[in-house]
Design a protein around this ligand. Structure first.
Ligand code: NAI
Length: 410
């Protein structure tokens, strides 16, 4: 069990892996002493560097293991300044009471803009025309080139990216159809399809924006390509493993699919310079990009601000909305109170026990909110500023307590 005193005047944040400078600026503004490093750290180096640090920022190359988490009891929260959090042992973070935040939609717009650019580029057969021009060949023919206005776009996976693409595609005059396994509100004039086959048979361009759940492995293969209308266009900017690339190649070679734009691959080079291998290399009217859908300076900046903001808010008010591992709570501050931030094991009766301790010491509750998630319970309690250390000691001593901290109101 840990107790963190956030009333200490200077708290430290460590940001690794070249996180956008806006993150440092945001944390410095919130009163943190911020140290930055351009590289990732290995386990031992990381455990040493994080000692005495309250907030840690990483991207995809730093692995946060149970061993490191166990060695850095002051660490309160971790920001993954990216989308994925596979590099963090989330169960261990929860066990040690460390909140984890990421940026689930900071690069949504970037992916959408790339998809739109590729839809237009393929409809105009730009990949081929560009290649021919570089080879000295001048061909002004309009054959096979189309406007996207009035054409039907099928979006598979109507989440953050799918819905935003829906709006922008409609503003270009496209008719949007979508299919999602979950019930989703149709935005604008988009039409919901009740099956994937219905969508594939309805549209001339199919774009995948499904998430990376295991069940989506290989979910788009020969049968799905066969169900598409002849001479359709196909895009995948979601996950590499959802598409059977051998089947896609066959369908491009046969002419059934007139063009494809692929940003994600079942196997991607781990580092710059490593050869990119794919059965899709060398095909006409196929745009291949190295998983850059979300890679823009704007997205990096937004990620920096967004995640740093989540970390600062968590420390200042206990807010956990959009936390990857803690129950989500936001409770407006009540002036003239202190906030008790209590993370505990999710077993029945904890709230009653907390309130019994408070009542026994004559402490009045001004506001309180509890949420649970899996094995964790999280409760914010606003109390008057007059209370003894004994109150905190008793709350700390509860055997369900994982972490307790107090936040004075602003
Ligand atoms: P999201 O979680 O907001 O939306 C995914 C949607 O797909 C959900 O509505 C879900 O119900 C639906 N879905 C899942 N499986 C499905 C299936 N088999 N059939 C139909 N619908 C299905 O995710 P978001 O933020 O829109 O991202 C979408 C994808 O884009 C993710 O796989 C993400 O990893 C990827 N991505 C790729 C980037 C790139 O650089 N190329 C950058 C950012 C995200």
């Amino acid at each position: 069990m840990l107790t963190l005193d956030t009333t200490r005047p200077l708290m430290r944040a460590l940001l690794l892996e070249n996180i956008h400078p806006d993150a440092s600026a945001r944390l410095a503004k919130a009163g943190y002493e911020v140290e930055t490093l351009s590289r990732a750290l290995g386990e031992d180096e990381l455990a040493g560097a994080v000692r005495g640090v309250s907030l840690l920022g990483i991207r995809s190359q730093t692995h946060l293991t149970e061993r490191v988490l166990a060695a850095v009891p002051r660490l309160a929260a971790v920001g993954a300044f990216c989308i994925g959090v596979n590099q963090i042992d989330l169960a261990a973070a929860s066990r040690h009471g460390v909140a984890v935040f990421n940026a689930p939609f900071s690069n949504t717009r970037s992916v959408v803009e790339l998809a739109i650019a590729e839809i237009i580029a393929m409809a105009r057969r730009l990949p081929e025309k560009n290649t021919r021009m570089h080879a000295g060949e001048w061909d002004k023919s309009a054959a096979g080139s189309h406007e996207v206005r009035g054409r039907r776009l099928g979006i598979v996976g109507y989440g953050n990216i799918g819905t935003q693409l829906s709006v922008i595609a409609e503003s270009l005059g496209m008719s949007v159809y979508f299919y999602d396994i979950a019930d989703k509100l149709a935005i604008g004039n988009a039409r919901r399809c009740s099956t994937l086959t219905e969508l594939l048979e309805s549209v001339e361009t199919v774009t995948l924006h499904v998430d990376g759940r295991d069940g989506n492995r290989g979910f788009f293969g020969e049968a799905e390509f066969a169900a598409m209308r002849p001479r359709s266009l196909f895009l995948n900017l979601s996950r590499g493993f959802v598409v059977d690339h051998a089947a896609l190649r066959r369908n491009i070679e046969s002419g059934h699919i007139a063009g494809a734009a692929i940003d994600v691959f079942p196997e991607e080079p781990k580092a710059r310079g490593e050869e990119f291998r794919s059965e899709l290399r060398g095909l006409p009217n196929v745009i291949l990009t190295p998983h850059i859908g979300g890679s823009t300076e704007e997205a990096q900046q937004d990620i920096g601000e967004f995640v740093a903001g989540k970390l600062a808010d968590y420390m200042a008010s206990g807010a956990t909305s959009l936390s990857v591992n803690l129950p989500g709570i936001t409770l407006p501050a009540v002036p003239g109170t202190h906030r008790l931030v209590h993370l505990h094991r999710n077993v029945p009766g904890v709230l009653a026990s907390i309130n019994r301790v408070l009542a026994e010491h004559g402490v009045n509750v001004e506001g309180q909110l509890l949420r649970t998630r899996d094995d964790l319970g999280y409760v914010l309690t606003d109390i008057g500023t007059e209370y003894s250390d004994e109150v905190l000691a008793e709350l700390r001593a509860m055997d369900v307590t994982i972490r307790l901290r107090t936040i004075p109101s602003a």
